[in-house]
Design a protein around this ligand. Structure first.
Ligand code: 5RP
Length: 230
């Protein structure tokens, strides 16, 4: 099975999981290629849900094209489940996210949700987080300061640029992204707290305090479900 087939497989498993919810609930939906599979496969079942909240403009557009009723997060007070991909996940269910630059909205919706279902292929499973560069969404005027702080913590910091590399990548919230390379994240919860306290950081793509409750991981033998206690 190639990587797209694995993403489709876990997305289908996530659909089966969320369709166990009683009808009329809201659902949180993330961003990225695996989340896109989930959106496409869930589309025929959209009437099962009162509406959905989305972690990016790109996902919202895809959802609207399929006819989903997309709610503003401020309209939702009860969110049983959030489904999203990850860039890395460790055996404890801590994740690095934000490869698509949507980390801040992903964090907000993950925090709102009772359960976080992470969907990914087995290549995202790591023993220790940090091989994938850790994304930070920042306020642009703090770039140089935050770069110095993260460099002192042992990271190699790169400002994320657009595809043409001519200007900084701009998030849906108007922020910039710093990708921090070279970290070996042995204490994800502590590092998340530490980076959150740096002035100018909007959010860090470490999902350790709010980790995945259920991991659906696609591999050569099919989908394996791993539950993580909080
Ligand atoms: C976007 C994310 C994505 O969940 C993460 O990058 C995984 O994406 P993909 O499913 O395309 O591998 O955090 O900000």
């Amino acid at each position: 099975m190639n990587s797209e087939e694995l993403k489709r497989l876990v997305a289908q498993a996530a659909c089966d999981e969320v369709l166990k919810l009683p009808a009329g609930e809201c659902l949180g939906i993330g961003t990225g290629s695996t989340a896109n599979w989930f959106i496409d496969l869930l589309a025929p079942h959209q009437s099962h849900f009162a509406g959905v909240v989305s972690s990016s403009i790109a996902s919202t557009q895809r959802l609207i094209q399929h006819g989903f009723y997309v709610l503003d997060t401020n309209q939702v007070s009860n969110l049983p489940v959030y489904v999203d991909g990850a860039d890395e996940i460790n055996p404890q269910g801590h994740m690095v996210k934000g490869g698509g630059g949507a980390l801040t909205r992903e964090k907000i919706i993950a925090a709102m949700a009772k359960r976080f279902i992470c969907i990914c292929d087995a290549s995202k499973q790591v023993a220790v987080l940090g091989q994938f560069p850790l994304p930070l969404e920042i306020i642009p005027l703090a770039e140089a300061y935050i770069t110095r702080v993260l460099t002192a913590l042992g990271g190699e910091v790169r400002l994320r640029m657009t595809g043409t590399a001519s200007q900084p990548f701009i998030t849906d919230n108007g922020g910039w992204i710093l990708d921090v390379h070279g970290l070996t994240i042995t204490q994800p919860e502590q590092l998340e707290v530490q980076i959150n306290q740096i002035p100018g950081v909007v959010s860090v793509g470490l999902f350790a305090k709010r980790k995945a409750d259920l991991l659906l991981v696609g591999g050569l033998t099919g989908v394996v479900a791993v539950a993580h206690n909080r």
